[in-house]
Structure formats: structure tokens, C-alpha cells
Design a protein around this ligand. Structure first.
Ligand SMILES: C[S@@+](CC[C@H](N)C(=O)[O-])C[C@H]1O[C@@H](n2cnc3c(N)ncnc32)[C@H](O)[C@@H]1O
Length: 282
């Protein structure tokens, strides 16, 4: 089984938009799927790989796991994402804002936020003051917005996608940012991991992520927020549906407002087109 799992992982990751995901993470998804689907388990035991690969059970396995990964990661990866190394090279030669913007435009969340970055950080810092350290959880490519901060905090970038984190590490080195990368799975993490990373005076960012984490594990937001020991947390949500222009009804976030009040945060909300920001303070 172990050998086959490795091959299955490679097949899943053969999809371009998923290839920066970490193999161990996908391996766990494969093990879980195989553990709950008897037919594929039997096929894996009996069939040679060539035949196994042609079976409908195998195709269903690949399709289902890819669909799950697409929802939490692939859907945000825009055309041209494979140009990231080349764009990073250009940024190394010339760390202009324009070259930062080209990288930010590769990911759906940062692309949508691009025209508003200055305003977003200005509004956040008006409420909480200038941070000395930022912990960006499920960061995507957001660390590349560093020049928009208007200050020079230490920066800890956390995500699942290890290869993306490697690019961020290289970026920190290029620009001379005091920064670190950490691979943290917010669903699985027992959060001691997060507690170890986060200190009381840090600003924690959790942008455009809780919705998709909730689809994987219900009520995980409560566990995450309760375990973040920082006094300032900024959480954001998309106000557009993933596919397009349809506005997401405000009530959909009533669950979140109720939750943060229950935990005991003070809330300030502001919006930019397509995204609403909750600045939570204790
Ligand atoms: C919609 S993107 C948001 C990226 C960034 N926060 C932003 O707003 O620009 C969601 C991010 O969450 C990450 N992610 C998904 N599931 C995760 C998990 N269980 N633990 C940590 N990160 C996760 C994905 O890799 C992706 O980078």
C-alpha cells in the first residue's frame, strides 16, 4: 500500500494548479479516502498498478481528492502561476512595486486586493497601531504585499503549500526582511504549534480562509480563534462567490460575528470591494 500511495499522490499532483502542495498532506488525504472506500482498498490489494489505474474506482479516487484540494487551494491559483520563479528572479534584479504586483496578481485573493492594499493596511494600523511582528496564517502569496505595509515588521508566513513557502523564504532573503516560513495545517494542527509561534503582541492575519476551512471541518474556526493568543487578529472574508460576481449575503457571516463576540473580542469591520475585514481586539 505504501508504495502505491506515493504513486497515487503523484497522480493527484499531476494537475498543474496543485503541484505546489505538499506530498505528505496529500498522502494523508489518500490514506483517509482508501480507509473509507472498500472497493478501492480491494483493488489496491489485488490489481497491478497499470490495471488499477484504469479502474473506475481509481479514477473516482483521483477525482474526489483533486476536488477537495481544488476547493482549499487550486481554485485560487490563477493562470501563469508557474511563472512565479521567473517573476521572483525579476524581482531580485529590480525589487520595484510593479514587480511585486506581478507576483501578487498570480493568486486570486491577492489579485483582487491589489488596488486596495494601501488602504487596507492603513485602516488596520489606525485601529491597532503599527505591528512589530506579523503572523500570516494560510498566507498564500500575501507576504509579497510587504512594501504596502508602510512599516518593517518581522514576518512569519504560514501555509500548507510548502513550495509556495520556499518562494516566500527566498523573497524575504532578497529584500532583507526579518522573516520565517512555517508549514502549518490549521485543520490538523493541535494548535500548540500555533501557540508556539504566536506571541501576545503579534498581529495575526487570517485572510479569506475560514470559509474554506469550515467546509473541510465544521467549527474549526472556533478552535483556531480560541487558540490564538495574540491580542490583535484580522480575519477577512470574500464578499463575492468564488465563481464570480454574485454577492454573498451578509447573514452568512452572522455565525462568525456571534462566535467572536462569544469568545470576547471587540470587533471593528470595514470593507473594500469584494472583501470584508474584521479587526478583532481583546
Ligand atoms: C483563499 S487563499 C487565501 C490566501 C491569503 N490568506 C490571502 O488572503 O491572500 C487560502 C489559503 O489557505 C491555505 N490553506 C488551505 N487549507 C489550509 C490549512 N488546512 N492550513 C493552512 N493553510 C491552508 C491555502 O494553501 C491558501 O494559500
Amino acid at each position: 500500500m505504501e508504495d502505491v500511495t506515493g504513486v497515487i499522490v503523484k497522480d493527484v499532483l499531476a494537475k498543474k494548479e496543485l503541484r505546489n502542495l505538499n506530498q505528505e498532506f496529500v498522502k494523508e488525504k489518500v490514506r483517509k479516502y482508501v480507509g473509507t472506500h472498500k472497493e478501492i482498498r480491494e483493488k489496491i490489494k489485488k490489481e497491478a498498478y497499470v490495471r488499477l489505474r484504469r479502474s473506475k474506482e481509481y479514477k473516482a479516487l483521483i477525482k474526489n481528492i483533486r476536488a477537495e484540494l481544488r476547493e482549499i487551494y487550486g481554485v485560487f491559483i490563477l493562470k501563469g502561476y508557474d511563472k512565479l520563479p521567473k517573476l521572483l528572479d525579476e524581482l531580485k534584479k529590480n525589487p520595484s512595486l510593479e514587480n511585486h504586483n506581478k507576483i501578487l496578481a498570480l493568486h486570486k485573493s491577492t489579485k483582487e486586493r491589489l488596488p486596495y492594499y494601501l488602504v487596507v493596511y492603513k485602516k488596520i494600523f489606525e485601529i491597532i497601531g503599527t505591528p512589530k511582528r506579523i503572523i500570516d496564517l494560510a498566507c498564500g502569496l500575501n507576504p509579497f504585499s510587504y512594501p504596502y505595509l508602510g512599516c518593517k515588521p518581522e514576518y512569519i508566513a504560514c501555509d500548507l503549500a510548502e513550495k509556495d513557502l520556499e518562494f516566500i523564504k527566498e523573497y524575504f532573503e532578497i529584500i532583507g526582511i526579518k522573516g520565517q516560513i512555517k508549514k502549518i495545517d490549521l485543520i490538523k494542527s493541535n494548535l500548540f504549534e500555533i501557540e508556539g509561534v504566536i506571541k501576545k503582541d503579534d498581529l495575526v492575519l487570517l485572510l479569506k480562509t475560514l470559509d474554506s476551512l469550515e467546509t473541510v471541518k465544521r467549527n474549526v474556526s472556533e478552535r483556531i480563534l480560541k487558540n490564538i493568543k495574540a491580542k490583535d487578529i484580522v480575519v477577512s472574508f470574500s464578499t463575492k462567490s468564488i465563481g464570480g460576481k454574485k454577492a454573498i449575503h451578509k447573514d452568512r457571516r452572522a455565525w462568525f460575528e456571534k462566535l467572536v463576540k462569544k469568545i470576547g473580542f471587540k470587533i471593528k469591520v470595514f470593507e473594500i470591494p469584494g472583501e470584508s475585514f474584521y479587526v478583532l481586539t481583546k
